[in-house]
Design a protein around this ligand. Structure first.
Ligand code: NOJ
Ligand code: CA
Length: 559
C-alpha cells in the first residue's frame, strides 16, 4: 500500500474515534424546536390563576399580568387549560366554539396579547386542543343532530336507536334524528368522528377513516390549529390524544393521523410543539408528539411514584407509592416501565412527569413540605420536559372538600380540590381577586396557614425559593438538561434510596432520593470526588452514600 493511502486510513480512523468519543459524551437531542431542549412548563388553570377585572374568575389578562412571576420561578413556557367558548360542564373541555375565547376569560385579542407578551420574554404559550369531542351545544353537533342530511350529519358517531350501543346517548329535543350518539368522556361531550380503523361490516354506522365526513373532521382540526398558531400560540397539549380513532387495536391508524399533523407542523410551523395526553410515550412519541405525559392511567407509572388517586391512610397509600414515609414502594417497577419508554423515545421526544395537574390531587396531599421537596428534587432532575402545576411551587394544598364545579368527580377524586385559586399574598382573597368572597367562582383555601407567593418570596428557605434553586441548577448544568443522558444506579423494590446518574458534555451528576421516614445507605463506587450541589440530609462517607429520613442529594461527580 502506498504511504499516502496508509496516512489517509490512519487519519480516517482517528477522525472516527474522535467523533465517536464526542458523540458518546453529548446527549442525543430529539428533533423539534430548539426551545424544547431547555423548556420548563408551568400549567395554568385559567379560571383560578389571577382575576384581573374583579368578577371572581381568573382570566387571560390575569395570566399576562403574572408572566414575570412565572418566569421568576424558572419556567419559560406555559400550558393553559381550554380557554374557548363553552358551557363549562367540564372546565372548558366541552367546547362550543373552537375559534373564540370564552368571554369570561377575555377576547381573542387578549390571547394574542398574552402570546406576544410571553414572546417578548422569550417564553412560549401552548393551548389545550380538545381534539376528540365537543360540547352538545357546539353548532356542529346541533346541526349533526338534525334529521335532514347536511354537511355535519356524520361529524359525530351516530348509532341506530334500536341497537342501543353501549354508552350511546339520546339527543334531547324535537326535530332531531332518532339515532343515539357516542360520547368521548362525559355524556355531554359527543365524540367527533375520525372514523374506525377496522369498521365492523355489520355496522354501517362505523365509518372508515377515509369517509369524506371523517376527512372533513380531520381537516377542521388542522384549521383550528392553524387559527391559533397564526394568532401566536406555540403549540398544543392534546386532550385524550389516543382517543380519536376507534377499533384501532395496534394504534396504527391513530399514529398515522398524528404523523400527518406532525409533518404539516414541521413544514408550516417548525417552532410549534405537540404535547400528548396519552400516557404511553412509546406509542405517542413515534406517532409524532414532541412530548408525552406519564400519568395515572394506562401504564403503571405516575401511580407507582406518587400514589394512586386514593386517599392516603396515615403515612401509607394503598397500593404503596414510592413517595411515602411508610416505605414499601416499588421504584424498580417504575424504572423498568420508564426505561421501556425512555430507551425507545429518547432520541425522538421527551417524557414528562408533571408535579400534578387539574385531574390529580396535588403532591401535598397527605405529605408535609419536606416530603414534597423530595418529589421536586426528583421530578426537576429527571430527563424530559418538566411541568409544574400552578401553585405546586408554593406547596398549595389539595382540598377534597371543595364544592364541585365544572367537571364533577373522577372515581373517588374530587378534581376541584386541585383547582382552587392561586394564593398570591395575605391580602383579601389571597390576592387572587378583588371580588367579594361570595362572588368567587371557586373558594380560596380557608386555612389560616395557607402558603402564599408573596410571603415565600421574602423567605430564602421557602418552597418557592427551593423550586427556583432546583430550576436554576437544571438550567446551569448540562448534565441536567432535558435531553441529557439518564441511567439508574440503584432502584430496588422496597429498598431505598433511589439513585441515578445524569450526564452530558463530560459532566456527571448523581441524584439520590429517600422519601421514607427511615435512614438508609448504599455502597456507590461510581462517585469519585462528589461535590454537593443541592443536598438535604445526604452524605458520601467511605464509598457509601448515607441518607437521613426524607432526604435528597444532588452531587457533581468526576466519574
Ligand atoms: C382529560 C382532561 O385532562 C380532563 O380534565 C377532561 O375532563 C377530559 N380529558 C375530557 O376532556
Ligand atoms: Ca375575571
Amino acid at each position: 500500500m502506498r504511504k499516502s493511502t496508509v496516512r489517509f486510513w490512519a487519519f480516517l480512523a482517528v477522525l472516527c474515534f474522535a467523533i465517536e468519543a464526542v458523540a458518546s459524551r453529548c446527549a442525543e437531542v430529539p428533533p423539534g424546536p430548539k426551545w424544547l431542549q431547555t423548556a420548563v412548563f408551568y400549567q395554568v388553570y385559567p379560571q383560578s390563576y389571577f382575576d384581573s377585572n374583579g368578577d371572581g374568575i381568573g382570566d387571560l389578562p390575569g395570566i399576562t399580568a403574572k408572566l414575570d412571576y412565572i418566569q421568576s420561578v424558572g419556567c419559560n413556557a406555559i400550558w393553559t387549560n381550554p380557554v374557548y367558548e363553552s358551557p363549562f360542564g367540564d372546565a372548558g373541555y366541552d367546547v362550543a366554539d373552537f375559534y373564540k375565547v370564552a368571554p369570561r376569560y377575555g377576547t381573542n385579542e387578549d390571547l394574542k396579547n398574552l402570546c406576544a407578551e410571553a414572546h417578548k420574554r422569550g417564553m412560549h404559550v401552548c393551548l389545550d386542543l380538545v381534539a376528540g369531542h365537543t360540547s352538545v351545544f357546539n353548532q356542529w353537533f346541533q346541526r349533526s343532530a338534525l334529521d335532514r342530511p347536511n354537511r355535519y350529519s356524520n361529524w359525530y358517531i351516530w348509532t341506530p336507536a334500536r341497537e342501543n350501543a353501549p354508552g350511546s346517548q339520546p339527543f334531547p329535543g324535537d326535530h332531531n334524528r332518532s339515532d343515539r350518539y357516542l360520547p368521548n368522556f362525559f355524556p355531554f361531550q359527543p365524540a367527533l368522528n375520525y372514523g374506525f380503523a377496522q369498521p365492523d361490516p355489520k355496522k354501517s354506522w362505523q365509518l372508515p377513516t377515509t369517509d369524506p365526513a371523517c376527512i372533513d373532521v380531520r381537516e377542521e382540526l388542522k384549521k383550528i390549529m392553524k387559527f391559533w398558531l397564526d394568532l401566536g400560540a406555540d403549540g398544543f397539549r392534546v386532550d385524550m390524544a389516543f382517543s380519536l380513532i376507534r377499533n384501532d387495536p395496534d394504534h396504527k391508524a391513530i399514529s398515522a393521523l398524528w404523523h400527518n399533523y406532525r409533518a404539516w407542523i414541521d413544514q408550516e410551523y417548525p417552532e410549534a410543539v405537540l404535547i400528548s395526553e396519552w400516557s404511553d410515550p412509546a406509542a405517542a412519541i413515534p406517532a409524532g408528539f414532541h412530548i408525552d405525559f406519564f400519568l395515572a392511567f394506562g401504564e403503571p407509572a405516575y401511580g407507582l411514584l406518587l400514589g394512586p388517586n386514593s386517599r392516603p391512610d396515615g403515612d401509607a397509600r394503598k397500593p404503596h407509592a414510592f413517595f411515602e414515609r411508610a416505605g414499601g414502594g416499588d421504584i424498580k417497577a417504575f424504572i423498568q416501565n420508564y426505561l421501556k419508554h425512555y430507551t425507545v423515545t429518547k432520541s425522538r421526544g421527551y417524557i414528562s412527569i408533571p408535579t400534578a395537574n387539574h385531574d390529580t390531587p396535588r403532591p401535598t396531599w397527605g405529605r408535609d413540605e419536606q416530603e414534597v421537596r423530595t418529589i421536586f428534587a426528583m421530578l426537576l432532575t429527571m430527563p424530559g420536559v418538566p411541568f409544574i402545576y400552578y401553585g405546586d411551587e408554593i406547596g398549595m394544598h389539595y382540598l377534597p372538600q371543595t364544592p364541585n364545579r365544572e367537571g364533577g368527580l373522577l372515581d373517588d377524586i374530587q378534581r376541584c380540590g386541585s383547582r382552587t385559586p392561586m394564593q398570591w399574598s395575605k391580602r383579601k382573597n389571597a390576592g387572587f381577586s378583588t371580588a367579594s368572597p361570595e362572588e368567587l367562582y371557586l373558594p380560596i383555601d380557608p386555612s389560616e396557614s395557607r402558603p402564599d407567593a408573596a410571603s415565600q418570596e421574602k423567605d430564602p428557605a421557602s418552597m418557592l425559593n427551593f423550586t427556583r434553586a432546583l430550576l436554576r441548577l437544571r438550567r446551569d448544568h448540562p448534565a441536567l438538561a432535558n435531553a441529557a443522558d439518564f441511567q439508574p444506579l440503584y432502584a430496588e423494590e422496597k429498598s431505598y434510596p433511589f439513585v441515578y446518574l445524569r450526564q452530558a458534555d463530560g459532566e456527571r451528576i448523581i441524584v439520590s432520593i429517600n422519601p421514607t421516614a427511615h435512614s438508609c445507605a448504599i455502597a456507590l463506587n461510581e462517585a469519585a470526588n462528589p461535590t454537593p450541589l443541592l443536598v438535604r440530609g445526604a452524605v458520601f462517607r467511605n464509598g457509601r452514600l448515607e441518607m437521613d429520613p426524607v432526604s435528597f442529594g444532588i452531587f457533581a461527580v468526576e466519574r
